[in-house]
Design a protein around this ligand. Structure first.
Ligand SMILES: C[S@@+](CC[C@H](N)C(=O)[O-])C[C@H]1O[C@@H](n2cnc3c(N)ncnc32)[C@H](O)[C@@H]1O
Length: 237
């Protein structure tokens, strides 16, 4: 062996190993690319999972905030209806409409419609700002419109979607034969409702929630002369 032979042998060995080295570099680059791809997929999945969990939490909160719809809640109790029924009968000969302030689902509206003379009209007004079941205003309006659909289409009921203050300002259907007030139960609003009913010359003025649970209604009604008749919490001036 001489130096030249040694160098030749070395070159031969190196030439034999070159493809292995090249394969290793390609393998390493491939694995790096795969790792980057998997990392990106993992990040995307984590983001999607977070969004799905947030949506699930939102839906759970929305469902939890709602209560089962029981139509008897938020309306006049059956034992309080007697006075309302008598007031409808006593004013049935008068030409003006029955005006209900606060429709909710139309439960009392429907009862008034059952008792009244066929040609007599009911105007019921609501801005759909409150209900005891956590319904959104558009859902609340949709349910009330469905309940009152037949009565509205047959002309027995006019369903007004408005704030009562705005309704009072534009009302032009003559002195109501009966007004039933059942919207907001604080002093200022009850007083404003009673003042409007008197101003437009309502023949009978009634309302709901004259009891110890609503002291501001009691105060406003007492200042207006107090209830001439009372049945449960339904009063008539
Ligand atoms: C107690 S509920 C009415 C109940 C209904 N009279 C019954 O007997 O079934 C009160 C209603 O007044 C409505 N209301 C509250 N503030 C109002 C406003 N400023 N104008 C019109 N309606 C309003 C609410 O949206 C709710 O539907």
């Amino acid at each position: 062996m001489n130096l030249i032979t040694d160098v030749k042998a070395l070159f031969k060995r190196a030439a034999r190993r070159l493809p292995v080295v090249r394969d290793y570099a390609a393998e390493r680059d491939g694995l790096r690319a795969e790792a980057a791809r998997l990392r990106a997929a993992h990040d995307r999945l984590r983001e999607e999972h977070g969004a799905a969990r947030a949506e699930a939490d939102r839906l759970r909160a929305e469902i939890g905030a709602r209560k089962p719809i029981r139509p008897e809640v938020g309306t006049v109790h059956p034992f309080e209806l007697d006075l309302l029924r008598r007031l409808v009968a006593e004013t049935d000969h008068l030409p003006g409409p029955i005006v209900e302030v606060g429709t909710l689902l139309g439960v009392t509206t429907t009862r008034l419609a059952l008792w009244k003379a066929p040609g007599r009209k009911i105007v019921t007004v609501d801005n759909y700002s409150w209900n005891p079941w956590g319904l959104a205003p558009d859902e609340h309006l949709a349910v009330a419109s469905q309940v009152l659909g037949y009565l509205v289409r047959t002309g027995h009921v006019e369903q007004v979607v408005a704030d009562k203050g705005a309704f009072f300002r534009v009302y032009d259907q003559g002195p109501p034969s009966l007004v039933f007030l059942d919207a907001v139960h604080n002093y200022e609003q009850t007083k404003a409702d009673l003042d409007w009913a008197r101003r437009v010359g309502a023949a009978a003025v009634a309302g709901h929630d004259y009891n110890h649970l609503h002291p501001e209604v009691v105060r406003a009604v007492d200042e207006a002369g107090g209830p001439r008749r009372l049945c449960g919490s339904v009063f008539c001036l």
